[in-house]
Design a protein around this ligand. Sequence first.
Ligand SMILES: [Mn+2]
Length: 329
Amino acid sequence: MKPVADQLERAAEVLGGAPRVAIACHVNPDADALGSMLGLSAFLRSLGKETVCSFGNQPFELPRWAPLLPGSEEVVEPKDFPGEPEVMVTCDAAALDRLGMLAAPAGRARELIWIDHHVSNDGLGTIQVIDGKASSTCEMVVRVIRAMGGEITPEAAACLYAGLVTDTGRFQYEAVRPETLELDAQLRRFEFDHTRLVQALYEDNSLAYLRMVGVAMGRVEHDPRADLVWTYITRSDLERAGVHPSETDDLIDVVRTARESDIAAVIKQQRDGRFKVSMRSRGAHDVAAIAAAFGGGGHRLAAGYTSKHGLAETVAQLKAALRGEPSEP
Ligand SMILES: [Mn+2]
């Protein structure tokens, strides 16, 4: 991976000279993905540039909390994203397939600025602004803004705060450094309703979801030899409960609190039928390495992958990998 300082300088130069910038974030965007994209967009617009923002989901749907981020009303559907952008930026995507329908325009972009903080990263793009030690992609966007000699705008502040607060687990994860908290303080000097924003991000569940948590928690299993606690949710569980898959992102945060094991996993069936495995470690394991062995990635203590197998085989392979036993991939 190339030195971040050089890449920041190149990104600043390209963005500074571009009248139009197309910005994408990963599919099923979380607050860091949407926040970093909209934060960068708000800053570039303050310089008089045109921006277009999107993510590659079909069907296209913004998260529930999106209206609290300034500029979210201008996010376009992937079909309205430029097919061959002069300058394109990707935010918070670790791999090309995380761009969904926008992987094609990314492949055709003349300059592709890849802004991210995932340790396991394909390192795509003509300019790679990637730092695996950064707390969030929002923090990386702030570095880009500063490399351009710019200032955070009020609209950008709320967007960047959303990503900073969520990707640090409300400032509790190991990537939180004194500078992270200093950045938080700088963002909070701008006027935005941070309590309402965090309530929308963390405390806004449907009753149907709460009942489904009960189902998932009733199934929690413990494998001491794999140092693993895990549960699963199928597509029919979601359909029966009337819960949208995106609502279940925080299930892992309940499972991971089990003190009996270091690793927690939630195995969730996607709309296409495949099983997605989300893992967390309480500190003793590198789950990014486990995920990478299955073709996924992430961070040392938070990572995931999509399995090629059914539920039973997915669980068996995960346990085998964690126990250090050989298995057929
Ligand atoms: Mn992120």
